[in-house]
Design a protein around this ligand. Structure first.
Ligand code: FES
Length: 72
């Protein structure tokens, strides 16, 4: 799905930049160009950053509560 009309950047590209460490709209803009122009997509970028953070928290929680990790 196209998120940034100005730069032609998809949600997949933004998520890849976020997975690589971007945690602000400015960092995403520097990483792929999304959000660097009119700013009309910044809310969607913030949403993608928050979704990624929530997914990472879920993964961390699952990893910490798996039996293999509880034995360590
Ligand atoms: S739509 Fe993303 S900067 Fe304009």
């Amino acid at each position: 799905m196209l998120v940034c009309q100005c730069s032609g950047i998809s949600d997949r590209t933004i998520r890849r930049v976020v997975r690589a460490g971007a945690s602000t709209v400015g960092q995403v803009a520097r990483g792929c160009g999304a959000g660097a122009y009119c700013g009309g997509c910044t809310e969607a970028i913030r949403d993608l950053i928050q979704v990624d953070a929530a997914e990472n928290a879920d993964e961390m929680g699952a990893a910490l509560t798996t039996p293999a990790n509880l034995r360590a």
